[in-house]
Design a protein around this ligand. Structure first.
Ligand SMILES: [Zn+2]
Ligand SMILES: [Zn+2]
Length: 332
């Protein structure tokens, strides 16, 4: 996503001095190593902390990685001004706005949830189109989806161990849900416990986690009474199979369309949709709130075209076109 001559978001561009890293999901990390060598990188302090935790420590000693607090402006060499605002998608995720020296204001939504306290004010906007199809309207609230997960875990843990899988972003919400009070130990790898420390540092409420290989962890495993969490980099685990497995999806999912956050595959296997993306109507509300008159919908996934039509059709005075980049792999 190019925002004027000096800034590119979540990618590398030849001759472009600045890269904004909107968040740490894999589909936004393209060419990160190349950028690290050739560009100045800007990101929120939270995103920076997650990257330092996950990747080589050399990141910490680089002078071309810059932390920009969300809501603060940074003036670049060409006198354009860069602003990041929270996007309610995962820890550190942000919307990006660039005001060029001639006053033209360009923005990129990044991946975003809705509602948002603050929305970038721009003339031209690139908007994420994850739920760009009019069919993508969530019929339940995020709080209902979280309550559904809590009830399911409480119920299933009486029958034995519960295994929960979630990607970053979704895992934050699982941890908050479990902090609501689960009577058994919550086990995780030391890797995940380290990552959760980063969340806590930034004020996140999270359930207390117990390391799998600690005494307490091993005793819970023997008694077969625990909740076990798996996230990126944790593999499948090697405990005896059995118990309940719950996948927490970052996408709306399920045979029941978008009516129910819960999908039951069997009596020991479930999926709960904890989506961190605005749905179709919410995406339109976001576009309206930015004040943009020209919009490019991110057509990396399938729905850029549909969303562009809907925006042009439903928001007076706004013209939208899909981006020309090709569909890529689907990820969070
Ligand atoms: Zn994404
Ligand atoms: Zn994302």
């Amino acid at each position: 996503m190019r925002l004027g001559p000096a800034v590119v978001c979540d990618g590398f561009a030849e001759g472009c001095p600045w890269r904004v890293q909107t968040h740490v999901h894999d589909d936004h990390m393209a060419d990160f190593e190349r950028s690290k060598g050739l560009q100045d990188l800007v990101m929120s302090p939270e995103t920076y902390a997650l990257l330092v935790d996950e990747r080589d420590v050399d990141l910490e000693y680089r002078s071309n990685l810059h932390r920009l607090k969300r809501g603060e402006k940074r003036v670049l060499e060409d006198a354009s001004q860069l602003l990041l605002l929270p996007s309610n998608h995962m820890l550190g995720a942000c919307q990006t706005a660039v005001e060029l020296s001639n006053g033209r204001r360009l923005g990129y939504s990044g991946d975003f949830g809705w509602p948002l306290d603050q929305v970038i004010q721009v003339d031209e906007l690139v908007v994420d189109a994850t739920y760009g199809s009019p069919a993508s309207v969530r019929k339940y609230t995020q709080a209902e989806a979280e309550a559904c997960l809590f009830v399911l875990v409480c119920e299933r843990v009486r029958q034995g161990p519960v295994h929960i899988r979630a990607h970053r972003g979704t895992m934050e919400r699982v941890l908050t849900v479990l902090a609501g009070g689960i009577d058994v130990p919550v086990l995780a790898s030391r890797r995940l416990i380290g990552e959760v420390e980063v969340y806590r540092r930034f004020g996140f409420a999270a359930a207390d986690l117990i390391a799998l290989d600690s005494n307490e962890g091993e005793s819970a495993l023997r008694q077969r009474s625990y909740v076990r969490l798996y996230s990126k980099g944790d593999g499948r685990g090697n405990e005896p199979v059995g118990g309940t497995s719950i996948a927490c999806s970052a996408f709306m999912s399920g045979r029941d369309g978008h009516n129910d956050p819960l999908t039951m595959y069997s009596d020991s296997s479930y999926c709960v949709a904890l989506s961190n993306h605005a749905d179709f109507e919410e995406t339109l509300a976001y576009v309206k709130a930015t004040g943009a008159k020209r919009v490019v919908t991110d057509n990396t996934r399938r729905h850029g075209r549909e969303l562009a039509l809907a925006i042009t059709d439903r928001i007076p005075g706004v013209h939208a076109t899909p981006s020309t980049n090709k569909p890529g792999p689907r990820w969070t």
